[in-house]
Write a protein that binds this ligand. Structure first.
Ligand code: PMV
Length: 315
């Protein structure tokens, strides 16, 4: 029986989170080391698509709650791509943890779209891919920036300024990024709100922190284009100082960051909304990265991944 496969991967924010809300640039990276895979197989005996996923298994029309966005997307694709309305079975396998700032819902949407376009032998361009992904992302996240879908569907780092089109960034970088899951859900909403409150009540203190993160993002764009690994690490750690000063870190994240720094990380910070979620640490060699990952797991990280940076490339 015919089976088609669609893949996508995780994303992380390398630098610029929170400051991006106030017009500063941010840089997001695709993380190929963490994959989502969707398989589609024809099931002509069924009257409608059947879903198998970590969150829900059953008929498409019965999918409710957090699956509603995905259901909406699959219904749209089925209608758009299949005149015959022949049913299929769609299986989602994802290594991405949910609610850790790694773009899990966007990665699922991207992999579903790719799998179904392949299944129906249709060409898919990047513009349509992102437009379709927005169908489910808007339902799940309200009014997201689109950075998650863009990065989980991209092969290059992306430069992001609110209200402007995402730009691919040149990259020529050796080294390894270690990502560690604190085991706590990220709290993007409350963290964004708290920065907003500080911006209103104490702009003299808050604005310089935001502006400084923006300057660091500019410097990091140069670091990744010119293979400046040591400077990159320093800039990531400086951004973490600013994020901590904004109150979006927490004691568990701080403890993991301290562990990574003591274990030889070139630079370490939280990634995404903060107050939980993941941290990222920079290592020069694969051996250094493996040692860092091991120390982070010993210190309580529930999962770690290693992304070789030379695998990210300019299109
Ligand atoms: O936690 P994530 O990966 O969704 O990132 C949130 C990024 C923020 O800058 C904190 C918020 C935003 O809307 O840009």
């Amino acid at each position: 029986m015919q089976t088609s496969v669609g893949n996508s991967h995780a994303k992380i924010i390398l630098i610029g989170e929170h400051a991006v809300v106030y017009g500063q640039p941010a840089i997001a990276l695709p993380i190929f080391a963490v994959q989502t895979t969707v398989r589609v197989t024809a099931q002509p005996t069924l009257s409608e698509p059947l879903i198998n996923s970590p969150y829900y298994s059953g008929l498409l029309s019965q999918a409710i709650g957090q699956m509603q966005g995905i259901r909406r997307l699959i219904e749209q694709l089925w209608q758009q791509l299949d005149d015959q309305q022949t049913a299929f079975e769609l299986t989602i396998e994802s290594e991405l943890p949910a609610e850790r700032g790694m773009g899990s819902s966007a990665a699922t949407a991207i992999a579903i779209i790719r799998a179904l376009f392949t299944f129906y032998h249709q060409e898919l361009n990047q513009r349509d891919l992102l437009k379709l992904a927005a169908l489910s992302e808007n339902m799940i996240h309200g009014n997201p920036s689109g950075i998650d879908a863009a990065t989980t569907g991209a092969t290059t780092p992306l430069w992001f300024v609110k209200g402007q089109p995402l730009q691919p960034l040149p990259i020529d970088l050796q080294g390894y990024l270690v990502i560690a899951d604190s085991g706590q859900k990220g709290q993007t909403g409350p963290a964004v709100k708290s920065v907003q409150n500080q911006m209103m009540s104490n702009p003299e203190r808050t604005q310089p922190l935001i502006t400084h993160i923006g300057e660091l993002s500019q410097a990091v764009a140069t670091n990744i284009a010119q293979n400046q690994l040591t400077a990159l690490g320093q800039n990531l750690s400086l951004a973490q100082d600013d994020l901590r000063a904004l109150g979006v870190s927490n004691s568990r994240i701080d403890a993991l960051i301290e562990t990574a720094n003591q274990a030889g990380s070139l630079g370490t910070k939280l990634t995404g909304g903060g107050r939980g979620g993941c941290i990222i640490a920079l290592a020069k060699t694969q051996t250094n990265a493996e040692q860092l990952a091991q120390r982070l797991r010993q210190a309580g990280a529930i999962k770690t991944w290693i992304q070789p940076l030379h695998a990210l490339h300019t299109n």
